[in-house]
Ligand binder design. Structure first.
Ligand code: GAR
Length: 209
């Protein structure tokens, strides 16, 4: 049987890394034709880095510089070089809490994706599930989208919905959204893998969208 050519991915995160785990588990079990080349975090003691070690994936801490919501331009340039050096072809943001700008967007056009715990364009930003509760929504969910230079903004690739239960707590809602995230994100990465594998066949190209 011919093997699908594997897509090299880099995962960026700032926190606990449960989405990273979902993707790495799918790779390990053999049903995602990707290779995780590198995990990068802007938080020195982020559990996502421990997770990379657990799965024996190369990992690195990127000191973010003096800004709170973005990387300093030189540091973002350094991130580009690090990812390129690792051979990364698709950048997967998994709880990476900084907005990316030109260095990354120019280096990886249509090759950076993000997951967000709301039905975008509703509730971009922090703790989106709490925003949905406060707004009195009856349905929310999660979204995977291409990344641009705005917060949780860019072409939507896939969404999953969840009904908000009466009197539901924020913790319960976030936990139920995360269950969906762990299905949706690997499924979207799998789509990229499929397109990538097809593109390696003669007369085909890896299309941009
Ligand atoms: C996820 O719920 C993800 O959707 C959210 O951060 C969490 C990371 O969890 N991302 C955003 O809010 C992006 N604006 P994880 O570290 O367990 O994957």
């Amino acid at each position: 049987m011919t093997q699908m050519k594997r897509l090299s991915i880099g995962i960026l995160g700032s926190g606990k890394g449960s989405n990273c785990r979902a993707i790495l588990e799918r790779i390990r079990s053999g049903d995602l034709a990707a290779e995780a080349r590198l995990v990068v975090s802007d938080v020195l003691d982020a559990p996502i880095l421990d997770m990379a070690r657990e799965f024996r994936v190369a990992n690195t801490y990127l000191p973010p510089g003096r800004f709170r919501t973005r990387l300093e331009p030189e540091i973002e340039e350094q991130l580009v070089q690090t990812l390129r050096h690792a051979g990364v072809e698709l950048v997967v943001l998994a709880g990476f809490m900084r907005v990316l700008h030109q260095p990354m967007l120019k280096a990886f056009p249509h090759r950076i994706i993000n997951i967000h715990p709301s039905l975008l364009p509703k509730f971009p930003g922090l703790e989106a599930w709490k925003q949905a509760l406060v707004a009195g929504e009856t349905v929310t969910g999660c979204t995977v989208h291409y990344v641009d230079d705005r917060i949780d903004h860019g072409q939507i690739l896939a969404q999953k919905e969840v009904k908000i239960l009466p009197n539901e707590s924020a913790e319960s809602l976030h936990a139920r959204i995360q269950v969906l995230e762990h299905e949706l994100y690997p499924a979207v990465v799998a789509e990229f893998c499929k397109r990538y594998a097809e593109a390696t066949q003669p007369d085909k190209g890896w299309s941009d969208n």
